[in-house]
Design a protein around this ligand. Sequence first.
Ligand SMILES: NC(=O)c1ccc[n+]([C@@H]2O[C@H](COP(=O)([O-])OP(=O)(O)OC[C@H]3O[C@@H](n4cnc5c(N)ncnc54)[C@H](OP(=O)(O)O)[C@@H]3O)[C@@H](O)[C@H]2O)c1
Length: 239
Amino acid sequence: MTTLGIIGSGNIGTVVAKQAVAAGYDVVLANSRGPESLREKAAELGVRAGTAVEAATAGDIVVVTIPFGRYAELPAEQLAGKVVIDTLNYYPSRDGRIEELDEEQVTTAEVVQRHLKDSRTVKTFNNITAAVHLDSLPRPSGAADRSALPLSGNDAEARATVVELLDKLGWDAVDVGPLTESWRHEPETAVYVDPYLGAGITFEDLVGGAQDAGSPAPAAEIEKLIATAHRPPVRDRQF
Ligand SMILES: NC(=O)c1ccc[n+]([C@@H]2O[C@H](COP(=O)([O-])OP(=O)(O)OC[C@H]3O[C@@H](n4cnc5c(N)ncnc54)[C@H](OP(=O)(O)O)[C@@H]3O)[C@@H](O)[C@H]2O)c1
């Protein structure tokens, strides 16, 4: 059985854990406060609770899904040699302003890869809202209304591993290529949240708490949005 380590038990970590259990993965879930604080949630989800080091050590693949500003706390030593899925987005209001991101010298995903220098990182799950569409849009392989998620990473084999994982969790994938290109699916691009919104629903509605089952965003649509993406000015980001 494949073990999925998940570091971060918030919005994304919880939904991915639930879907991974349903897909037959063994899951070790971690947060910042320690396994004791996860006891109830772990029992509900049918996962094991652990420390971040334990989730990193146990995982054949490890999802890291914590606030971007805390990426340097990720256990690089235990993640060495592994495929690591990075969902992190840069929100200056939460993470503080970071010059090299504001100046677009690097992408957030390159910063995470630089910290996890001996891991093969793949960025995905970052362009969809966890509380609604990440939960509502997965479909079995081959379903006509299946949606796709973009992913990027410097290692082609690691990207293929993540494509396979996404498939098992209910998603098609669009391969964006290396991490220098990952800005194409960062916040404020055309592929960020909007393609998955239900008819008549806006991102602002979601932020306001609107319920939305979403609408399918097939691979062809995601591919087109990635190919025609414009890089948003990170320095102007207001959230
Ligand atoms: N929410 C979304 O819809 C969404 C969509 C796309 C991308 N993202 C990005 O994905 C990441 C996760 O988002 P989220 O909404 O799931 O976050 P969240 O709900 O705020 O949860 C963050 C989790 O990270 C844990 N954490 C923080 N520092 C840690 C550390 N050093 N070691 C282990 N765990 C740590 C927290 O632990 P505690 O529970 O102990 O505090 C918490 O469980 C963020 O970078 C976010 O920008 C989010």
